[in-house]
Design a protein around this ligand. Structure first.
Ligand SMILES: Cc1cc2nc3c(=O)[nH]c(=O)nc-3n(C[C@H](O)[C@H](O)[C@H](O)COP(=O)(O)OP(=O)(O)OC[C@H]3O[C@@H](n4cnc5c(N)ncnc54)[C@H](O)[C@@H]3O)c2cc1C
Length: 481
């Protein structure tokens, strides 16, 4: 039957498209239903276009201080917002087209439209009801359309959307979500960012670097609340040095909209209130999973606190229905979605030795300036678990490459089990740490101990040497500090 598949995946984000390609590699007949944009939030509105914006901000920042590197730039340096946004959107389009190409190459069918599970093994696709935020490229050629499709296995990979706080709902004009923050038509003079998780702080960093007066309001006691407190405090110090204002343990209680500005009433930790008026506000209080309207109730798929409940392989409580990525719960990260997709499909194919997802070994990266990256337990969590630990630290200021780059502010912190020497966690702040963290992720995956790390040769001069020195420091053996 033309409409019968081994696997139908709903959603083509990093979870869905990677699962589709892996399933095709394993010889399955695969289709992906997508209603809006190939490659999902990550490529179109998340990971990639934000990094493009942040790269422009970084270049602008260097260009403002050429003298630091002995370089002269004649005339003024300006940031061309339209060109910056156009570059970012162009990169999103390129990623989106890339997934279309990969589907073609791997013979994955695309079904264009709104998909809904009508019973186990059946998906009905109807015309897209949702108006795309931005039409991205033409709908790929040769896509299938509305109709009833069957599959032995259905994988839900419908992702997530911005969460809104009651009374402070984004309107797309004065109060932005990440969609509007990604493509501003004009640069605001001042900006209030509600929430300092990865999304909030990356936008705060981008706008501040381009000269906007940025205030961040965070309800928790540290910025980037999931990160190690010491790393977070160092990042905060750097942000403040750059002129960002940060209010911790503070809550946006209400927002009044003016003609071209917002005035937020902030409840401060000392019980007082403060009013802040800003041209625009970004609501970055997290995302919520797309679990509605896809037939979960009809087939009895269990959800908990807004996410689909799965086991370590993406299985839901209903045989033949699986969930991966943001819709299946935190951490809401693209690489977690991708890996869940691979595990899920390999398990469906009956491959031996498929390991369940180990959430402790999922790295987290934030691409603000300075960057922050981590994997495993924070010091506080390790202590809360009653672990007897050794902690190592090494600052960038003692690393030759960091100094040569003009990036001498940073820290690597490593946490070991005192008895076994097992690496329990690694936390970093500073230049390029989002690239470096992978060294520790591999190490943790191999259940490395301090001995093996100490006997690993790190190239010189690199910032990565701070990683080894941090390990040495945990055992009182740091060489360059
Ligand atoms: C501003 C921002 C920055 C980010 N930066 C990073 C980062 O640097 N690193 C990182 O790891 N993560 C980052 N993320 C998170 C990352 O984007 C998500 O974790 C990732 O996209 C989740 O992938 P997914 O496949 O689960 O879902 P999504 O990427 O959300 O894709 C889901 C897809 O399903 C489609 N869909 C939904 N319902 C239906 C339906 N009924 N029928 C058909 N199609 C449907 C949607 O149109 C969408 O294309 C960022 C997110 C944002 C918003």
């Amino acid at each position: 039957m033309a409409n019968a598949y081994d696997v139908i995946i709903i959603g083509s984000g990093p979870g869905g498209y990677i699962a589709a390609i892996r399933a095709a590699q394993l010889g399955m007949k695969v289709a992906v239903a997508e209603r809006e944009h190939l490659a999902g939030i990550c490529s179109n509105w998340g990971c990639i276009p934000t990094k493009a914006l942040l790269r422009s901000a970084e270049v602008f920042e260097y260009a403002k201080h050429p003298g630091d590197y002995g370089v002269k730039i004649e005339g003024s340096v300006t940031a061309d917002l339209k060109a910056i946004v156009a570059r970012s959107r162009g990169i999103a389009h390129r990623m989106n087209n890339g997934v279309g190409f990969l589907f073609k190459k791997n013979k994955v069918d695309i079904i264009w439209g709104e998909a809904k599970i009508t019973k186990p093994g059946e998906v009905v696709v109807s015309k897209t009801a949702k108006k795309p935020v931005e039409p991205i490229g033409p709908i790929p050629k040769n896509t299938l359309g509305e109709g009833t499709y069957t599959a032995k296995h259905i994988i839900v990979a419908t992702g997530a959307r911005p969460r809104a706080l009651p009374g402070i709902e984004p309107d797309g004009k004065l109060i932005w979500t990440y969609f509007e923050a990604m493509k501003p038509e004009e640069m605001p003079k001042s900006l209030l960012v509600m929430g300092s998780g990865a999304i909030g702080i990356e936008f705060a960093s981008f706008y501040r670097t381009l000269g906007v007066d940025v205030t961040v309001v965070e309800i928790m006691s540290q910025v980037m609340p999931v990160e190690d407190a010491e790393i977070s405090a160092l990042a905060k110090k750097q942000f403040e040095r750059q002129g960002m204002k940060i209010l911790l343990e503070a809550k946006v209680a209400k927002v009044a909209k003016g003609a071209n500005s917002v005035t937020a009433t902030i409840e401060l930790k000392d019980g007082k209130t403060q009013e802040i008026t800003a041209d625009r506000m970004i609501s970055a209080v997290g995302v919520q999973a797309n679990i509605e309207g896809i037939g979960l109730e009809a087939v009895g798929v269990k959800t908990d606190r807004g996410f689909i409940v799965i086991d370590g392989y993406g299985k839901t409580n209903v045989p033949g229905i699986y969930a991966i990525g943001d819709v299946a719960g935190p951490p809401l990260l693209a690489h977690k979605a991708e890996h869940e997709g691979v595990i899920c499909v390999e398990k469906i194919a009956g491959l031996p030795n498929v390991h369940p997802m180990d959430k402790l070994k999922i790295p987290g990266c934030t691409y603000c300036h300075p960057q922050v990256a981590s994997v495993g337990l924070t010091e506080a969590k390790a202590k809360a678990e009653g672990r007897d630990i050794r902690v190592g630290r090494f600052p960038f200021v003692a690393n030759g490459k960091a100094i040569a780059l003009g990036e001498d502010q940073g820290l690597v912190k490593t946490i070991f089990d005192r008895k076994t020497g097992e690496l329990l966690g690694a936390h970093m702040v500073g230049a390029e740490v989002t690239e470096l963290i992978q060294g520790f992720v591999v190490a943790m995956n191999l259940e490395t101990t301090e001995e093996e790390l100490m006997h690993t040769i790190f190239p010189h001069p690199t910032i990565s040497e701070t990683m080894k020195e941090s390990v040495l420091d945990a055992y009182g053996r740091a060489l360059n500090a």
